[in-house]
Design a protein. Structure first.
Length: 148
């Protein structure tokens, strides 16, 4: 387990209700709906509950260019198959969540109870790296490409 660097403050009751770590990658175009269940098999002991949601939009940061949004974004697309949903794998006590979609992997800690104790960033980060490593291993097992 990671230790907290000594130069950082350590609050008795941190004012946090959620921490999210994630990566966005080149979309896995061959990811199919059936892969969601196969991937969940690797996580179901720690994350026994699931939920399907619409995918989050792909976001690209542009630096140095100012973007002006003068209207409500509208998207129309023609597809030969439906979008693969965003999968939520949820822990027993509802305080941890993994989100997977064709271009993103996110892991959240949520303060779902007033008695819940914040596990600290270092612990969340360490768990994130283990969790995404398992995800990458399953992609390769399924014949899907490594993350770019």
């Amino acid at each position: 387990m990671s230790t907290r660097p000594g130069h950082l403050p350590d609050f008795t009751s941190p004012p946090l209700i959620e921490v999210a770590l994630g990566v966005q990658f080149t979309p896995l175009e061959n990811l199919q709906t059936l892969h969601g269940g196969i991937i969940w098999e690797a996580y179901k002991d720690k994350y026994p509950y699931t939920k399907e949601l619409p995918p989050l939009p792909h976001v690209l940061e542009t630096f140095g260019r100012r973007q002006v949004h003068s209207s409500i974004p509208f998207k129309l697309s023609l597809q030969d198959r439906p979008d693969v949903p965003r999968y939520w794998f949820i822990s027993e006590n509802n305080d941890q969540l993994i989100q997977i979609q064709k271009d993103r992997f996110l892991q959240n800690w949520r303060k779902e109870s007033s008695k819940a104790e914040y596990p600290r960033y270092e612990s969340i980060r360490e768990d994130f790296f283990l969790t995404i490593k398992l995800f990458v291993e399953h992609l390769l097992t399924l014949g899907l490409p490594n993350l770019t």
